[in-house]
Design a protein around this ligand. Sequence first.
Ligand SMILES: [Zn+2]
Length: 62
Amino acid sequence: MFYTILFATVLIVVALVKYLHKPVERCPECHTPRESDHPICPCGYVFEFPEDDAPLEYGDPD
Ligand SMILES: [Zn+2]
């Protein structure tokens, strides 16, 4: 019983750590971790934009 609880606790902790510790995207130029939503690195490198489901709008189709 004790080991079951211990095992469950370890699993939860590992899941939490993985969830909170997302892999950080780094700049290939200067290896600086990308800041949350910043599309441009302090060194001037432009990160690729994530592909969303929403299509890019190129203005009115009319
Ligand atoms: Zn950089």
